[in-house]
Design a binder for this molecule. Structure first.
Ligand code: C5P
Length: 310
């Protein structure tokens, strides 16, 4: 394997807005969301091996993944799917994940790792078929296609139909109460709950994109940082509510639960404000990070924006 292809950085995402509609016949919910990548990232190394392959996990957020059967890991499944699609009997690679993104936290860490492995192995195996990669990504999970492209995007369908966006760089703080949140369980709670008549699906996403691009995050009304899963995510992990309250008291320009939780993001006025909010929320959170949003993975490899701390 070409050594220059062997390391890849996989960023986390937040959902600036998440609007969820009805459950479809296939069991998924129709949604519209604004995905935004942030500089927090996992580090993935892929090397050749003589055997069928393996996956190992280290890092501050490795947690129970260290002991899990590696074949259940989405990054391994990505390698296996692509190997199968190109006619290889097995991936025949050793994938190493250095985890910095909290797991089951609404930040898309597992999805990002899977997309990064797809991209890396596609380069190594000379697979030049974007449609195939997108199809395999969507098969792996609803958020995986977004991470094939990264940056910012409007997601529709179950999250896999993407339109890329250019949004201004923002400084964000992430805080997590240290409890996992199950996406499937949060969607189940959402489906079982009462839903008041909502604005047309996607209208909030369109509005926030328009304001961010014309006036910046300071002009966004607090209620526009909206997540239809928030109530269900709060029921799943009640400790999340305190983080939202504290971020509001700390003067966040906007704060909301990311995806199905339990991570809460806060938008800061600038880097100094982000650092200050991160220091103050640490008293209430099990984990916190601050740093910028990113528009391409190139910003990570240059190390230019990797100023956050875990
Ligand atoms: O696609 P992914 O495997 O990440 O989704 C996990 C679970 O979340 C799904 O099995 C489904 O129950 C729920 N989900 C949903 N609607 C979506 C995305 C996910 O109901 N748009």
């Amino acid at each position: 394997m070409d050594p220059s292809d062997a390391v890849v950085l996989a960023p986390a995402k937040i959902n600036l807005v998440l609007e969820v509609g009805n459950r479809r016949p296939d069991g998924y919910h129709e949604l519209v969301t604004v995905f935004q990548a942030v500089a927090l990232h996992d580090r993935i190394t892929v090397s050749d091996t003589d055997c069928h392959g393996a996956l190992t996990v280290t890092g501050p957020q490795a947690g129970p993944m260290v002991r899990e059967d590696f074949r259940r890991n989405l990054a391994w499944q990505a390698a296996a799917l692509l190997a199968d699609a190109v006619g290889l009997p097995s991936p025949g690679v050793h994938i190493h994940l250095e985890k910095h993104i909290p797991v089951a936290a609404g930040l898309g860490g597992g999805s990002s790792d899977a997309a990064a492995v797809l991209r890396l192995l596609a380069r190594c195996w000379a697979v030049d078929d974007e449609r195939l990669l997108w199809r395999l990504a969507a098969q792996l999970g609803s958020d995986v296609p977004f991470f094939l492209y990264g940056g910012a995007a409007l997601g529709r369908g179950r999250g896999e139909l993407l339109t890329s966006l250019r949004l201004p760089r923002m400084w964000v703080v992430l805080a997590n109460p240290g409890l996992p949140s199950s996406t499937a369980s949060v969607f189940r709670r959402f489906a079982a709950g009462d839903r008041p008549a909502a604005a047309p699906l996607g209208s909030r996403c369109e509005r926030i994109v328009q304001i961010l691009c014309s006036e910046g995050p300071g002009a966004v009304d607090d209620r526009l940082w909206h997540n239809d899963l928030a109530e269900a995510a709060l029921a799943e992990v009640p400790a999340t509510g305190l983080l939202l309250d504290v971020f509001r008291d700390l003067g966040a320009l906007g704060t909301q639960i990311s995806g199905s939780g339990a991570t809460v993001f806060a938008v800061a006025a600038d880097a100094a404000h982000a650092e200050q909010m991160s220091a103050q929320i640490a008293e209430y959170a099990a984990w916190t990070w601050w740093g910028p949003t990113i528009m391409s993975e190139g910003e990570l490899t240059s190390g230019h924006f990797a100023t956050g701390c875990t």
